[in-house]
Design a protein around this ligand. Structure first.
Ligand SMILES: Nc1nc2c(ncn2[C@@H]2O[C@H](COP(=O)(O)OP(=O)(O)OP(=O)(O)O)[C@@H](O)[C@H]2O)c(=O)[nH]1
Ligand SMILES: [Mg+2]
Length: 225
């Protein structure tokens, strides 16, 4: 069989194995740095973004689970760093949900997130989620610049943006997304190309979730193990 086909088939298998709903499990919720779990050095990724941007919903979609991660219509639902382990041994990966920042965030959540970024040796990538409908506000710009500065000064992890709720901007979708991308790169030139997601309430209509799964595999260097 040609090498390209073998590669594509192994990638599909690795994706299906890693993101199986049967292996996804809740590990711990940490409200302080001292309660962050030690997870034997498993590669880890974290989501951040304004409250209500869709962080928890996206993690459920990525793990092919409906409600493993608690989500809500009301902003401020996630109040801890919440750790989930996915995939079969030895290819396990850790996904981390985080409280939101901005108007509906709390200073102590911001401090916890920052301390986590500074200390977590296993962290491979930070995903910053930005709402397609609401666009990028000052709090987002501050966070983008903050993360970019950390990368420029030598962080262990990389940064990628995820534009969420693209289904809510059906008109002018392309111009809206192009404008958000421009603002992302103006504030965080080190940011990897944004992934666009939307319609996550239904698996049959959702977009961008597989792109995020592939990105997690690549970030954790699991692509073709
Ligand atoms: N239309 C649409 N709604 C979405 C999408 N993703 C999430 N939502 C909705 O957005 C709301 C907030 O989702 P959450 O996942 O709880 O958001 P969060 O960022 O985790 O919020 P906090 O934990 O409060 O910071 C929920 O009502 C979700 O159903 C999407 O792709 N499209
Ligand atoms: Mg949440």
């Amino acid at each position: 069989m040609p090498v390209r086909l073998v590669t594509a088939a192994s990638q599909r298998l690795a994706l299906a194995n890693t993101f199986s709903p049967h292996t996804a499990e809740f590990v711990a919720a940490a409200g302080s740095v001292s309660s962050i779990p030690r997870l034997a050095g498993l590669p880890e990724v974290v989501v951040t973004g304004r409250a209500n941007v869709g962080k928890s919903t996206l993690l459920n979609a990525v793990m092919k689970r409906k409600s493993l991660v608690a989500s809500s219509k009301k902003p401020g639902r996630t109040k801890t760093l919440t750790f989930f382990r996915i995939g079969p041994t030895p290819g396990k990966v850790v996904l981390v949900d985080a409280p939101g920042y901005g108007e509906r965030g709390r200073p102590e959540w911001g401090e916890l997130f920052n301390q986590y970024l500074e200390t977590r040796a296993e962290l491979c990538r930070v995903y910053i989620l930005l709402n397609a409908k609401h666009g990028i506000n000052e709090a987002d710009k501050v966070m983008l610049r903050h993360l970019d500065e950390k990368i420029q000064s030598g962080s262990r992890w990389t940064l990628q943006a995820v534009i969420t709720k693209a289904d809510l901007v059906p008109l002018h979708r392309d111009t809206t997304i192009s404008s958000i991308k421009r603002t992302i790169f103006e504030n965080a030139p080190t940011c990897l190309p944004p992934i666009v997601t939307g319609s996550l309430k239904s698996t049959s209509t959702s977009v961008g979730v597989n792109d995020l799964r592939m990105s997690v595999m690549e970030a954790c260097a699991l692509a073709l193990r």
